[in-house]
Write a protein that binds this ligand. Sequence first.
Ligand SMILES: CC/C=C\CC/C=C/CC(=O)SCCNC(=O)CCNC(=O)[C@H](O)C(C)(C)COP(=O)(O)OP(=O)(O)OC[C@H]1O[C@@H](n2cnc3c(N)ncnc32)[C@H](O)[C@@H]1OP(=O)(O)O
Length: 287
Amino acid sequence: MANVLRNSAKFGFSGVLSQLSIHSRHGRECVSPCFSLQQRNNSTSPKIKVDLDSSTGVAVLRMQSPPVNSLSLDFLTEFCINLEKLEMDRSCRGLIITSTLSKVFSAGLDIMEMYGKSPERCGEFWKAVQEMWLKLYGSNMATIAAINGSSPAGGCLMSIGCDYRIMVDNPRYSIGLNETQLGIVAPFWFKDTLVNTVGNRAAELSLELGLLYSAPDALKIGLVDQLVPEDQVLSTAQDTMSKWLAIPDHARQIDQCVYIIYNTSPLPLDHARQMDQCVISVCIYYI
Ligand SMILES: CC/C=C\CC/C=C/CC(=O)SCCNC(=O)CCNC(=O)[C@H](O)C(C)(C)COP(=O)(O)OP(=O)(O)OC[C@H]1O[C@@H](n2cnc3c(N)ncnc32)[C@H](O)[C@@H]1OP(=O)(O)O
């Protein structure tokens, strides 16, 4: 029975993802042992450092792109490559995302990517933003954001793409989808992810007013799950992860799969993705 469940989790989950055209089909089940071994190496790329502890199965991904971990095309590409490697590594079951910078988790999309670029480049950039969310939200790993600084806009999206959020208890750090304050509008799938996290009314207020919440206020509306002192954010994330990993992967994944089917935005559907890309590319081009 356990095997049946486990297999239905593997194939059911990836089957659903493939139906939804999520491009990050992970297929842990077909990774060769040799490839898996190679992936156990920790990796450092210029903007991202990954440490995988193969005894716990938990990887810590540190964003290290000063000054503010802005999500440029290069950053997003590195991020997705690292996520894909971990996803393919059978020994990795949990992922913690954090920042090496003081005061900032991520400033969101790199504003320089949205200014004076060709339509082709804008399209490429937006595709990378979509990929980041699809890979994170559709991940087979348990994912925790250890938010050790401010996390506006795209930084907030990255956080709510994770299964659980722990934020440093500092009222000077803020988080939220503040796009309207910048005179732009959060795409529909940002909105859907926020609604899934904080509920309809809070999301509506939050998006229309472009609210940035201090850490304590973010906890009040459920935008983050827990606040901790600065020096405990990573250890708390590790402790919390061990609770998540105490749940059999197949059960958690089936549950997530059901959640995705009933609550996810239509972005994973190819036509919705293309439409979104078109609209945003044109918007960026005319900024
Ligand atoms: C048309 C498009 C339609 C739809 C797209 C909708 C989607 C949008 C999602 C987004 O993510 S848009 C980006 C929104 N991001 C923000 O609003 C964040 C703005 N930044 C901040 O609030 C702050 O910088 C901070 C709280 C993250 C950090 O504050 P602090 O530590 O005081 O640093 P500074 O403000 O002094 O910034 C240092 C340095 O970094 C540059 N920078 C800041 N944010 C970005 C960014 N998003 N992209 C690129 N660069 C950024 C800033 O200009 C400073 O550069 P200097 O050269 O002046 O040092």
